[in-house]
Ligand binder design. Sequence first.
Ligand SMILES: [Zn+2]
Length: 268
Amino acid sequence: MIIDAHVHIFTDSIAEKAITRLAQISRMPYYTNGTLADTKEKMKLWNVDAVLALSVATKPKQQKTINEWACATQDHRSVFCLGTVHPDAPDAAAELERFSQLKLYGLKLHPDYQNFQIDEERLFPIYDAAAQLNIPIVFHTGWDPLSPDFVHAPPALVAKVAKLFPKLTIIAAHLGGMKRYDESEEFLTDLDNVYLDTAMCAQFCSVEQFSRIVLKKGVDHILFGSDCPWSSSALEIQFIQKAHLPSPSLDLIFSENAIRLFHLPIKN
Ligand SMILES: [Zn+2]
């Protein structure tokens, strides 16, 4: 079974506009048109059984509507959604309390698109609430094409937050820091409450460093994710297969860790 734990889907009405704008920023090719229907088609093609869809409110007033859309979009079989809050929304921490009612499986925060540095104190009430409510947080970490000259969540600061909030479960996307793999290896491999996803590694990480980080971190702390539509699950799966990890580890990475961490109602 393969679960892609890092996928982006947009509402049908904004998908085209969103993909066009984001593709301009990232200058990356894209592998779906951003809609749920096309994502499902491609996942079939790529032999992916389920996806975790990550959305981000870029304005405070969007958080409720996006969370309600996510709740209505997921089917709890092949499509699972994380929710969003915006750090500038006065009711961000309160919105987290609605996550269990909306059956959202976790929270995605994107420091670049939500304009914060990961260790800013104004984020702490959100981290506190997420820790108390047992809501795992997926952070975009490392480099991002939106602000290429300033990294909002470098691995050292991810480690700082993980130590300040030991009860918080952190999934640091992009192997702990896109294009910051040396620092990820240095600061994040020994922290038990930090998990890493594999999104975009096929594009930016060498297979040697990838294997080293995965083995150092421990295969029970690695989740398969692609960052689709900005990469394809197929490409990222091929890359992981090149790392020659023992096959029981692949089951953990491709599905079992995500099921356990996000409490997905899937029988493996
Ligand atoms: Zn992403």
